[in-house]
Design a protein around this ligand. Structure first.
Ligand code: C2O
Length: 599
């Protein structure tokens, strides 16, 4: 397989990274090649055979392991009955937007019994990312980890002895395509996963007629250091993760290094990855690791409590240590499922390892070209395209989620990027995908975090705020613009948090807060010195978060909440970044095998 590189995939930041990382370089960049066959298999859990759509027969799917600077080539062979795309979550895709895999944003789905080859570089980023399908809710079973190791072989912390993926996912026994349809018209509270899994194992809190499901077991040797690469691949929920008897040192998130800090509990938002070090320094025994979903308290509608556990098992347990050899390892004391403060502080504690002292690493730009204030919430639309109807939960209307009061509509015929690239030439030009500008602010101000908005009741305070509409909303940025976005969670979407994810760019998370954002007051709390660099920001419930990034990657990049139901309901938009002035800052043409749009 020949190596195909985009012409000069080197923007400034990437160039600096390359210099930095290859100085002590160990070996040349390689091509990491995989074939992903998507098909349907039956898997048995909880006494049920369930037909699931997976890659290469595995749940979770195969790991993609690369070294910084490598080229990744994945041949996607679709033997499932569904149109499929695969998104490489967090991969910057510099000048390879065509390989981003966002269904109807960068490409049309790969149709059943067809193939497509994804090619991209993993340059200027190290750590843990993941891949998942990006059409409907199928990503529940179509996902896997991406590990990018440093080319120099050394980490900015003592090298761990063993690296372990810890993928938190859900086990669904429902038709996920139907679940996705339900989400898009407001969802139903029956649409819940059957269980939670750690690395595909449901764990012994779940059973089939009394026989416990297998636990994920991590065998450890005393004194060794384990790097746990945590991925939250769930469609719903943020998770708290703990290991009984052990401390965890957080060293990275979203494939960016962090200033290390030690904690006993980690919060991992939907879509987010967190890397932690765990030293096996406890008395030799068996310990549970556990992942527990948090949710806001009532009056928010409640979903069942979801918790799964695995086992950390020492190699040198003395034979007479009864407590350790029998059934019940020590269970960590988990936060309450309604505790949403622990995550607030956990995420607030993250600081980046790209301090001002190192001019070779990306700095926070002080000058901001574009300020966006984006409200995240829920409204309603009338059924049958009517313009007026009863709302407040009445069946004459259905609920949709929005950004600045417009609910995102996925294009029907052509992907946004194709329509833009081919301009006048494709299906009558850009008109094939009618787009509207994402406004910089919401159409009206209200007390965004007023708890009185939370209960969904006829005649509730919410009703007058409800009317909204659908559109394919994009926002265009000049090449190299510095963009600041303040995300404001609103109580129209009950008091949910919103894990907002941007494709194609990492961003600095400058600050977060509770309540309504107030620029005059809150800009002062911005961390412009060592903010963490992320691709997903957990916007706190009834609160806000501010991010800043440089729009230096031409293409069409999806921005959305990583809760699948929020996204399917329309909490999404597209950031379009213009080409720069040179060939090195211009998006190359699409690969020739890019799937045809059939609709
Ligand atoms: Cu992991 Cu568009 O998402």
């Amino acid at each position: 397989m020949c190596k195909i590189m985009p012409p000069m995939a080197a923007g400034l930041v990437v160039f600096f990274f390359a210099v930095l990382f290859s100085a002590a370089a160990g070996g040349d960049a390689a091509v990491v090649e995989h074939t992903f066959v998507v098909n349907q298999v039956r898997m048995r859990h909880l006494c049920n055979d369930t037909l699931v759509t997976v890659v290469n027969g595995q749940f979770p799917g195969p790991a993609l392991e690369a070294t910084e600077g490598d080229t990744v080539v994945v041949h996607l062979v679709n033997q499932s009955p569904y149109g499929i795309t695969i998104h490489w979550h967090g991969v910057k895709q510099r000048l390879t937007c065509w390989a981003d895999g966002a269904g109807m944003i960068t490409q049309c789905p790969i149709q059943p019994n067809t193939t497509f080859t994804y090619r991209f570089d993993v340059t200027g980023q190290e750590g843990t990312l993941w891949w998942h399908s990006h059409v409907s809710a199928l990503r529940a079973t179509l996902h896997g980890i991406i590990v990018i190791r440093p080319r120099s072989g050394s980490y900015p912390f003592p090298k761990p002895d063993v690296e372990v993926p810890v993928i938190i996912g859900e086990w669904w026994q429902r038709d996920l395509v139907k679940v996705d349809k339900n989400f898009s018209i407001g969802g139903s509270f029956d649409d819940n996963p059957a269980a939670i899994a750690i690395n595909g194992k449901l764990g012994d809190l779940y059973n089939c007629s009394g026989v416990a499901e297998d636990n994920f077991v991590l065998d450890v040797e005393p004194g060794k250091t384990y790097m746990l690469r945590l991925v939250n691949a769930a469609l719903f929920s943020e998770y708290y993760f703990k290991v009984a008897g052990h401390k965890l040192t957080v060293v990275g998130a979203d494939a960016n290094y962090l200033k290390p800090f030690t904690t006993d509990v980690v919060a991992v938002a939907a879509g987010e990855t967190i890397d932690v070090l765990m030293v096996a320094d406890a008395p030799p025994c068996r310990y549970y690791m556990a992942a527990l979903a948090n949710q806001p308290p009532v009056p928010d509608p409640q979903i069942p409590v979801f918790v799964s556990r695995g086992v950390v098992q020492y190699s040198n347990i003395p034979k007479d240590a009864k407590n350790c050899t029998e059934k019940s390892p020590l269970m960590p004391v988990m936060p309450d499922q309604h505790d949403t403060i622990t995550t607030f502080y956990f995420h607030g504690n993250l600081t980046g390892l790209q301090p001002g002292g190192n001019p070779l690493l990306p700095q926070v730009r002080g000058r901001v070209d574009e300020h966006l204030f984006l409200t995240l919430g829920k409204g309603s639309m009338c059924t049958n395209n009517k313009t007026s109807c009863k709302r407040g939960g009445n069946p004459e209307s259905f609920e949709v989620a929005y950004i600045n009061n417009v609910s995102f509509h996925l294009p029907d015929t052509t992907a946004v990027l194709q329509a833009r690239y081919y301009g006048g030439k494709l299906n009558g030009g850009r008109g094939a995908v009618p787009v509207q500008d994402l406004p910089s602010r919401p159409p009206r101000a209200f007390n965004f975090t007023d708890p009185a908005l939370i209960p969904v009741v006829p005649g509730g305070k919410m009703e007058e705020l409800e009317p909204t509409r659908k559109a394919t909303m994009t926002r265009r940025f000049a090449y190299n613009a510095t963009v600041e976005v303040v995300f404001q969670s609103t109580a129209t979407m009950q008091s949910d948090s919103n894990p907002m994810h941007l494709h194609g760019h990492d961003f600095f998370v400058l600050a977060q807060g509770h309540g309504n954002y107030d620029a005059a007051r809150d800009v002062r709390s911005y961390n412009l010195v060592d903010p963490p660099m992320k691709n997903t920001v957990q916007v706190p419930r009834l609160g806000w978060a501010a991010i800043r990034f440089v729009a230096d990657n031409p293409g069409a990049w999806f921005l959305h909440c990583h809760f699948e139901f929020h996204m399917a309901m329309g909490m999404a938009a597209v950031f379009e970044v213009d080409n720069g002035p040179t060939l090195e800052t211009t998006l190359p043409p699409p690969p020739s095998d890019l799937p045809k749009c059939t609709r």
